[in-house]
Design a protein around this ligand. Structure first.
Ligand SMILES: C[S@@+](CC[C@H](N)C(=O)[O-])C[C@H]1O[C@@H](n2cnc3c(N)ncnc32)[C@H](O)[C@@H]1O
Length: 394
């Protein structure tokens, strides 16, 4: 039998088995161990109240109670319709997705994720995909809790020899009898290598024991510092390569150098967000041009409606060229007072950055002076400008 066909058949069997047995599984399965509980508690503690945890696969939703009681939200995912029915009965308000771990499509949507007592169903060739999917579902720096089932290695070796003799297309570590017909027991070293490939750093490890098996409990973190450093590096490289041409493009589009500078920063801020969320664009230059063009279009729409509004009420707060200002001195003074008030509301770092920008310094120079990375400075400036504008507009 061809290997992929065998794996598909095993997976389909597991899906049907869980669906058929779902109504009684909570009674059949051993209770949640203290180790499971303490790892779950660490995950919950790492998530702010009101934050969200992905439980995949959630089975009958045994962990929903603890997560919801702690004031965190949960989304459940599982491939078995029957298990999801049980989870829905338990907590009808929880969002559930019927999906395989191999096809999870969440992107930075959760503060943490748990994958409990299920990786034994994942064949070796799918481990990297599943880890990548779980990692992508969680925001940079978020925790992922997973368990890895373990049995005596001599039993694994015996099962392998038996399955090969029976003509099954197994690889070492797979057990054709456990788990009703498929379980996979990777070695600790193999798990460590897969985690390292995904840049998942182990922050805690534990063990629990069942009747004839054990679980290795792993709390891992998508390395935030590394993720941010990579994002910073990528965005800085893109900034160096495309800043000048994008700026010229934006000056041509807006006919306003200051607005072009703002929109340029906003385009790069959007790029930073995409990279941090694990979605770096494949063609950075065309992505940036698209973002810049959309920003310029939004700005011109906004200005158009502001201008119409100004003309409608006949007041001259608009400082562009088209509106007559009845008392320029008074308005200038009023605008300055508002600006000073808006600046006062900023944090000292943001105020310093925005004043340096007002003196004509560019992002890189400001970054050096305030001791931050270029990407962080651009983000700071952008937020400070938005905050000041909102204050002035209020
Ligand atoms: C032992 S139960 C654990 C459920 C839950 N995490 C718990 O601890 O109560 C295993 C679950 O994994 C699900 N499952 C197995 N392989 C899966 C896959 N490839 N994708 C999604 N769900 C899977 C099964 O349907 C089942 O609900």
């Amino acid at each position: 039998m061809e290997r992929q066909a065998w794996l598909d058949e095993r997976r389909s069997w597991a899906e049907h088995w869980y669906t058929a047995n779902a109504p009684t599984l909570d009674e059949q399965f051993p209770p949640i161990t203290p180790t499971h509980q303490s790892f779950l508690a660490r995950v919950i503690d790492s998530v702010p109240v009101g934050g969200a945890i992905l439980d995949a696969p959630c089975g009958t939703g045994r962990y929903f109670d603890a997560i919801l009681a702690a004031g965190r939200n949960v989304v459940g995912a599982d491939q078995s319709a029957g298990m999801l029915d049980q989870a829905r009965t338990r907590h009808p308000e929880v969002t559930l997705r019927r999906t395989r771990l191999q096809e999870l499509r969440f992107e930075a949507a959760f503060d943490a994720a748990i994958c409990v007592d299920a990786m034994e169903y994942v064949p070796p060739e799918d481990w990297p995909t599943v880890l990548a999917n779980l990692r992508r579902a969680v925001r940079p720096g978020g925790l992922l809790y997973l368990t890895v089932e373990q049995i005596d290695r001599s039993e694994v070796d015996r099962a392998y020899a038996e399955a090969v003799a029976a003509g099954l297309p197994v690889v070492m570590g797979e057990h054709h009898r456990r788990g009703g017909g498929y379980h996979h027991y990777p070695t600790r070293d193999q798990v460590a290598a897969w985690l390292a490939e995904e840049q998942l750093e182990v922050v805690a490890e534990g063990h629990s024991h069942g009747s004839n098996y054990a679980y290795l409990h792993l709390l891992v973190r998508a390395d935030r510092a590394q993720g941010e450093a990579l994002a910073d590096e990528g965005v800085t490289a893109a900034w160096r390569a495309h800043e000048k041409e994008l700026y010229s493009f934006l000056v041509r589009s807006t006919r306003d150098p200051q607005a072009a500078e703002d929109l340029l920063q906003e385009a790069f801020l959007r790029l930073t967000r995409e990279v941090l969320a694990g979605r770096p664009p494949r063609h950075v230059r065309s992505w940036l041009y698209r973002a810049a063009r959309n920003l310029a279009i939004d700005r011109s729409r906004r200005l158009g409606s502001e201008l119409r509004c100004m003309k409608g009420v006949g007041r001259g707060r608009y400082t562009g060229t088209a509106v007559e200002q009845p008392d320029a001195t008074y308005l200038d003074r009023e605008a300055t007072d508002e600006l000073v008030a808006a600046l006062r509301e900023l944090t000292p770092g943001s105020r310093r950055a925005i004043l340096l920008a007002a003196e004509g310094l560019r992002g890189k120079e400001i970054a050096t002076i305030i001791g931050r990375s270029e990407a962080a400075t651009r983000a700071l400036l952008f937020r400070a400008r938005v905050q000041s504008r909102q204050r002035i507009a209020a």
